[in-house]
Design a protein around this ligand. Structure first.
Ligand code: SF4
Length: 689
């Protein structure tokens, strides 16, 4: 029942002998921004990938994912050329025929049913060149596009932006060396940001106390100085009790609050009855532990907070995040060395006046993310352009698969024939990120430039080229599309004031690139908010624009669970990530499959209750779907809660776990919940318990 997964953590491959050509690159798999060395073979292929020891942020350390994707690059499962489906089989077509078909249908549908009848699902669109082209295409075509936001970070983005003015991390991760406390909440970075995890250990060496709050005794928890186990989905209650104690004991930073914070009185009122005793009953954390934590945070400053997907991808994220980010603000833990919030969010802003007003087209309608499947079923949505894998990573994935069958045209721009591409009418070969230059933002709020390492495979093209070709064919103003990644970056940075000084040259001058914001005539900013905030009042807005007052929301009374019978569905299910996999890409690597196959983690006492043993198959059901997977028993997870991994779909002949997750949004945050969803379970072939 040992829990630590040793596979692949902190893997640091050294060059193969006789290497003739090594290129420097930046990993674009998870926004960690790890520096890579890519060894090119005599046929122009990638022979090996290892961590770049000169990169100041990962210092040569990487997780296994970049190594695994060597197989993705050169086949055999890579899509080589455009294809269309004829009588259920894919046949090769030319790029010209593919673009012609897409452009004609796009125009016909937008003329007859409005631009909103065509949607994009672009969670994996490529690097900065392609992302910029997507922005241009969206504005000139009225493209109703859904990116990664609702799947990964919408609630976090909303809270931080409204409170501080920007969604991005306020502190770089390497600031942990100045912190007295690092508060990890729902963040198993030893698995999910394994190339950057070493910073926590460096923080420890410099005297920081690492405190991890999680439902599971994760690898990160095991390597922390203190682990606080919390009942699933109750972080908001802990945050409110900490606020209550810090305010009651006058441990907040009075001067900072007076000068920099709006809404302190309202916050104090909202938490006045949220005692440690009350929070202990909800969270399962002993009252004394909550009181001690509040005292420590109140007296040991500065502190850094690193919230992970465990507090973001849940059905009551917004209020929990608001509580903890408010706590950091009133403690004065922002804008100084060793303080602030670390995050992989890197929204550096939208280009102003990108398109002339006479060329801007708005989508005729855009459904909220939780109504997209309904729109596909009802016929409101008629065409979908995919760069990602919504049949695996969108909630209710089985329903999404069926709904795709209703559409008149489905286009997939993809590396492989994944769950979604195999259902498309047109498949376009996409370039891999190692085949496309561009700017890669990372967890330290740095911008690093990645050169093209290898030539595109087969007839693959970047999304930037595809959007330009479609726009030209549709007769849209295509002069906005830049021709190269360098040109695209130059146009983009000049349109975004806060990054206007960050040229390609600056990013490549020294390893590690440049921190943003960095405006023309200004200076590079390692930390945000040392001189005021980006809100309209220039203060931290605890009340925020819509005046939302902080309150605790129970996960059982939050979206996706509130109308589900606790009697019929007595357990919880959550998806959690592991270092060897990242969404669809790693499914197509033998090495990744060797590292980690899908399974369900269960507490032994829950297993006894259900009547199941190690390695036997369990069936988990929610109102939206069912999956069957082998069981791993471990004391590291709470009782009555199942944990499994979110990536495994078609390549494993499995329904992805997202089939279990409801298509609902954290309100008002906007994230789909991936965790703490009510379920029932029983041994495969047995009966429901
Ligand atoms: S931690 Fe993220 S950025 Fe770093 S190597 Fe792994 S996938 Fe790439």
């Amino acid at each position: 029942m040992a829990y630590v997964r040793v596979q692949g953590l902190h893997r640091n491959r050294t060059p193969m002998p006789n290497s003739d050509k090594v290129k420097t690159s930046i990993c674009c798999l998870c926004n960690g921004g790890c520096g890579l060395k890519v060894q090119i073979g005599s046929h122009g292929n990638v022979e090996a990938i290892y961590g770049d020891p000169d990169n100041p942020y990962n210092k040569g350390k990487i997780c296994p994912k970049p190594i695994e994707i060597i197989e993705n690059l050169h086949g055999p499962e890579r899509v080589q050329y455009p294809m269309k489906k004829v009588n259920g089989e894919f046949v090769r077509i030319s790029w010209e025929e593919a673009i012609d078909t897409i452009a004609k249908k796009y125009k016909e549908l937008s003329d007859n049913f409005g631009t909103g009848s065509i949607i994009g699902m672009t969670s994996k669109i490529g690097g900065s060149f392609s992302k910029f082209a997507l922005k241009i295409f969206s504005e000139i075509a009225g493209f109703a596009n859904y990116g990664t936001g609702p799947i990964c970070f919408s609630s976090e983005e909303k809270v931080r932006k409204e409170m501080f003015g920007k969604a991005a991390a306020t502190a770089p991760l390497h600031d942990v060396i100045y912190a007295k406390i690092v508060l990890n909440i729902g963040n198993n970075c030893a698995q999910t940001k394994a190339g950057q995890f070493h910073w926590l250990q460096e923080g420890q060496k410099h005297g920081a106390k690492i405190i991890t709050i999680d439902t599971r005794y994760t690898e990160t928890a095991q390597l922390s100085d203190q682990f606080i186990q919390i009942n699933p989905g109750t972080d908001g209650a802990l945050g409110m009790a900490l606020l209550h104690l810090v305010i009651k004991n006058k441990h907040y930073d009075e001067e900072f609050v007076h000068i920099n914070v709006n809404g302190f009185e309202e916050l104090a009122e909202a938490v006045k009855d949220f005692t440690a005793e009350k929070a202990a009953k909800i969270t399962g954390i002993p009252q004394k532990v909550i009181e001690d934590l509040a005292h420590e945070l109140g007296t040991q400053k500065p502190a850094i907070m690193w919230p992970g997907r465990g507090i973001v991808c849940v059905n009551n994220a917004e209020h929990a995040l608001m509580a903890f980010e408010s706590l950091m603000a009133i403690l004065g833990n922002v804008g100084k060395p060793g303080s602030g919030v670390v995050s992989h969010l890197n929204g550096y802003g939208q280009p102003a006046n990108l398109i002339k007003p006479e060329h801007v087209v708005k989508p005729s309608f855009k459904l909220p993310a939780d109504k997209v499947i309904e729109g596909m079923e009802s016929g409101q949505i008629k065409m979908m352009y995919i760069a990602g894998n919504p049949c695996a990573n969108w909630p209710e994935s089985s329903r999404m698969k069926k709904a795709i069958g209703n559409l008149e045209l489905v286009v997939s721009h993809t590396l492989t024939l994944d769950d979604s591409a195999s259902l498309a009418h047109i498949v376009l070969p996409a370039t891999h990120w190692l085949e496309e230059a561009g700017m890669q933002p990372g967890i330290h709020r740095v911008m690093q430039w990645r050169d093209k390492a290898v030539e595109p495979y087969g007839e693959a093209k970047p999304a930037a080229e595809v959007f330009k070709l479609i726009a030209e064919k549709m007769g849209l103003p295509s002069e906005y599309f830049p021709d190269t990644p360098e040109e695209a970056w130059d146009v983009e940075r000049k349109l975004i004031g806060s990054i206007s000084a960050i040229t390609v040259e600056k990013m490549t001058e020294k390893p590690g690139g440049v921190h943003y914001p960095y405006p023309e005539g200004g200076e590079e900013n390692h930390r945000l908010y040392s001189k005021g905030f980006n809100t309209s009042s220039k203060k931290v807005e605890l009340l925020r624009e819509k005046g939302i007052v902080l309150k605790y929301r129970d996960p059982l009374e939050s979206p996706g669970n509130e109308s589900v019978s606790r009697e019929d569905y007595p357990y919880f299910v959550s998806s959690v990530k592991v270092a060897a996999h990242y969404h669809t890409q790693c499914q197509y690597s033998k090495l990744a499959r060797e590292f980690e196959k899908p399974y369900v983690e269960i507490h032994p006492q829950t297993a006894v209750k259900i009547g199941i043993k190690d390695d036997e198959t369990i069936r988990i059901e929610t109102p939206t779907g069912a999956i069957s997977l082998p069981v791993k028993l471990t004391y590291s997870v709470p009782q009555n809660h199942f944990f499994t991994q979110p990536y495994f779909g078609k390549r494993y002949n499995l329904d992805p776990i997202n089939t279990l997750l409801p298509s609902v949004l954290d309100q008002p945050g906007g994230n789909f919940p991936h965790k703490n969803i009510l379920c029932r379970a029983y041994p495969e072939g047995g009966c429901e318990k």
